[in-house]
Design a protein around this ligand. Structure first.
Ligand SMILES: [Cu+2]
Length: 281
């Protein structure tokens, strides 16, 4: 007799969860196949992918996302600008056209977990709250596959009892470095600018391949260009710290919005350029 009680509790909890987040148009949008990868040692970011289906008659937009597992969750858009693969957070949301399924997959737009509270481990489920313009909030668990996974595993139906919630983020130190993640189709770069203030800065770049595994390249150059003020771009060749990590000292002459571009020599005749905006105080 006792073994019936937990079941009943789950049903009640599920009903409450639905009532608590029930937006009128939620049934028009369904999300599935949400997955991520186990993070390599020391990684501060992880990408997430999913399929979003809009079976309504009006366009919807994925506006933002959040998770207890990371300091912030961004929606990253990738596009080509002047031959440079550019990654930037979406500002007006990711459009999900009526009667269509938008699939976020490696090499394209993706969800970015920035500032992981703990590394993602295979088998974990990462709870994420997605916010849509029309459908409102939709909760989904991202299933963590192995390092270098290329797609979602088979979805296993389960209740939410095994969700791993990481501790809340630590307060920021006073002299905070600026951190960003640049995503290209063949490379991803974790970029730390220390300090995140104008003047002399040290930039450390850690490279991963398209499957988020450590990437060793022949050479790396860094170019800083100011987007607000008329300041000549500065470029420098980075020095190798380890097989996948590079360091360079440069000067960001003023505060504001800069573009940080990486020229990555993958091998003879194979160069990749990626760029992303950075904010210097
Ligand atoms: Cu990204």
């Amino acid at each position: 007799m006792l073994h019936h009680i937990p079941k009943l509790m789950i049903v009640v909890a599920a009903t409450l969860a639905f009532v608590g987040s029930a937006p009128t148009a939620a049934h028009d949008v369904t999300v599935g196949q949400a997955w991520s990868r186990a993070s390599p040692k020391g990684a501060k970011v992880a990408a997430g992918y999913l399929a979003i289906e809009n079976h309504g008659t009006a366009i919807d937009r994925l506006l933002s996302a959040s998770s207890a597992a990371a300091a912030k969750v961004e929606i990253h858009r990738m596009s080509m600008q002047d031959g440079i693969m550019t990654m930037r957070p979406v500002e007006d949301g990711l459009a999900i056209p009526a009667d269509q399924t938008v699939t976020l997959a490696p090499g394209g737009d993706h969800i970015m977990f920035v500032g992981l509270n703990a590394p993602f481990e295979e088998g974990q489920r990462i709870p994420v709250a997605l916010r849509f313009e029309r459908a409102g909030r939709i909760d989904v668990d991202f299933e963590v596959g192995p390092v270098g996974a290329k797609g979602p595993r088979l979805q296993i139906a389960s209740n939410a009892s095994q969700v791993a919630v990481a501790p809340p983020p630590k307060p920021a130190p006073a002299e905070e470095p600026f951190f960003t993640h640049i995503c290209g189709t063949r490379v991803m770069a974790d970029v730390t600018v220390m300090p995140g203030r104008h003047g002399p800065v040290e930039i450390v770049v850690k490279l991963e391949d398209g499957d988020e595994k450590p990437l060793s390249v022949d050479a790396l150059s860094v170019t800083l260009s100011n987007l607000d003020k008329k300041i000549a771009s500065v470029a420098a060749i980075a020095e190798r710290l380890s097989s996948d990590t590079w360091k360079v000292r440069m000067t960001a002459a003023t505060d504001g919005k800069w573009s940080l571009a990486l020229g990555i020599d993958m091998g003879p005749g194979d160069r990749i350029d990626v760029a992303a905006p950075i904010l210097i105080e």
